[in-house]
Design a protein. Structure first.
Length: 263
């Protein structure tokens, strides 16, 4: 009886050891991300890094950012590069407007790559995009996906810019695993209807590029039914931006999806 018990324990330990071996050691991996005000700084991405134990956290998100570029968006670090601004209040200042027009995914990704090449951050093993809430010019996935080269992709709409940014990371870091988070639900039903249109386009782009979508809209735990259009709700402080509990809720869900993708 004792021998059978010991054998069973050894078997269980073996199963646990095998299960653990199915997951990578995230402590030897580097995390990168891009997004807007819901991602900037140490919000959901810090929870992901802490939960999975990533070695580094390289976040180039800026508030008010969009996937789509503008016709006058500058190349990062070009001779006359004005910088990047997350400003959103009305302004007539030409420099501020140019900086806002540089607050787009293409420029963020160029900045990310420059910081890796300069040695400021290591090459990413996992990269997560979480953008789209601020986009208004959505474009068409079918048009954005034409051809193999990025040279003729129209990045002044969300579909084209998403393809450009995702594919650029794929080509620059072939071993990096990429994820795209959908926008979360807000407290505004009309905004959510627009977000659902964006999500369908992003799904088509991700499917074509063989990139995993993380459905934060449906599965993060944040629901329009518990939020207000412009004031404090269950998780959103103003109908749009998660408070600390909402950030952590998002982070735990995204961390789970990343971890499970390695299973």
């Amino acid at each position: 009886m004792k021998k059978l018990f010991i054998t069973a324990i050894i078997g269980l330990l073996g199963i646990c050891s095998y299960a653990q071996s199915l997951y990578p050691d995230f402590s030897s991996m580097n995390f990168g991300c891009d997004g807007n005000s819901i991602t900037a700084g140490n919000q959901w991405s810090k929870t992901v890094v802490d939960q999975l134990g990533f070695a580094t956290h390289h976040n180039v998100a800026v508030g008010s950012a969009t996937w789509a570029a503008y016709t006058d968006t500058q190349e990062y670090k070009s001779d006359n590069f004005a910088g990047i601004s997350g400003g959103w209040q009305p302004t007539d200042d030409a420099l501020e407007i140019q900086m806002r027009h540089n607050n787009v995914s293409k420029v963020h990704i160029q900045k990310f790559i420059d910081e890796v090449e300069s040695g400021e951050y290591p090459t990413p093993d996992v990269f997560v995009f979480s953008m789209g809430t601020n986009d208004r010019n959505l474009g068409c996935a079918e048009e954005a996906l034409k051809g193999k080269s990025l040279d003729e992709v129209d990045i002044t709409n969300m579909a084209g810019a998403a393809r450009w940014s995702i594919q650029t990371i794929q080509e620059k870091y072939p071993s990096c695993r990429i994820f795209v988070c959908t926008p979360i639900q807000t407290g505004n039903p009309e905004h959510n209807a627009l977000n659902r249109q964006k999500i369908e386009i992003l799904r088509e782009i991700c499917q074509a590029l063989s990139v995993q979508v993380i459905d934060c809209y449906s599965n993060s735990g944040i629901s329009e039914k518990h939020e207000q259009p412009s004031s404090q709700g269950r998780y959103l402080v103003d109908g749009l931006h998660p408070g600390v509990e909402g950030q952590q809720l998002m982070g735990r869900y995204i961390a789970k999806e990343i971890r499970n993708s390695y299973y």
